[in-house]
Write a protein that binds this ligand. Structure first.
Ligand SMILES: Cc1cc2nc3c(=O)[nH]c(=O)nc-3n(C[C@H](O)[C@H](O)[C@H](O)COP(=O)(O)O)c2cc1C
Length: 237
């Protein structure tokens, strides 16, 4: 590796550069084919995969504001079986150098583990990223990632289903994100990714929420301080 090389090593694997497209920003790759050369990336993290297909939230699902955007896609995806049969084979034949990580969601601990079990061994998958910012339906909809016991159980259950690297994706809302990273590591995660979007809401001129779902996740491209003279456009967080 020379001094100009962008190569990185992660999980004992060589990445040709440190650029990985974040989950949900590139679908399952096919959506960006022809827009950029996917195989030049360090890797792609797929859209979230759930056990059952999900239609996602009511439109509009994204809204821009000066300095960023808000999204509430609602984890729309065709479900694990369709992803295994169609999306992943496409990715694995079109990407020969970039790594493929599969982003996994569930609404119970067992759903996470089952998605991992069904995709373990699919060709060319480097590992799994667990989206822990998902509502726990058996605990009144509180995010799994906010509860260290849930994080521990999800990571441990997935660890039992695969030998591939597991990345625990943490919520930005945690009071002690470092502590949660340790919980994930001790349960068997190989890495953590930081962070999911920050919850927010954006109102239109007439006071109604601009997203169909109401609230969403904020992606900021400019610091809030540079938006001071744009009151009314920035989301409430
Ligand atoms: C349109 C869109 C869809 C997303 N879908 C997912 C997803 O399916 N799973 C997930 O873990 N994160 C998802 N994310 C979160 C991103 O992967 C990333 O963590 C987040 O946008 C924070 O990075 P940013 O501040 O650079 O936007 C999504 C983000 C966007 C903008």
């Amino acid at each position: 590796m020379n001094s100009l090389s962008l190569e990185r090593e992660l999980f004992g694997r060589r990445f040709q550069n440190p650029l990985l497209l974040a989950a949900g920003t590139a679908g399952f790759g096919r959506e960006l084919n022809g827009v950029l050369r996917l195989d030049r990336l360090g890797g792609i993290i797929t859209k979230a995969v759930s056990l059952q297909p999900r239609h996602g939230n009511a439109p509009p699902r994204v809204a821009e504001f000066t300095g960023g955007m808000l999204n509430s896609i609602g984890l729309a995806n065709p479900g694990v079986e369709s992803v295994r049969r169609e999306a992943l084979p496409w990715l694995s034949t079109h990407l020969t150098r970039a790594h493929i990580l599969v982003n996994v969601v569930g609404f119970t601990v067992e759903e996470y583990a089952e998605v991992v079990r069904r995709l373990d061994g699919a060709p060319r998958i480097t590992g799994f990223e667990l989206n822990l910012s998902c509502p726990n339906t058996s605990a009144g909809g509180i995010e799994f990632g906010a509860d260290s016991g849930c994080v521990q159980r999800i990571v441990a259950a997935c660890r039992q289903r695969t030998k591939l690297p597991i990345v625990a994706k943490l919520s930005p809302l945690l009071p002690d994100i470092g502590g949660m990273a340790v919980v994930a590591r001790d349960a068997g995660a190989d890495a953590v990714s930081a962070v999911n979007t920050i919850p927010g809401i954006l109102y239109g001129n007439t006071g109604e929420a601009r997203l169909g779902h109401g609230s969403g996740g904020v992606s900021a491209t400019q610091p809030a301080s540079s938006l001071e003279d744009r009151t009314g456009e920035e989301p409430e967080m």
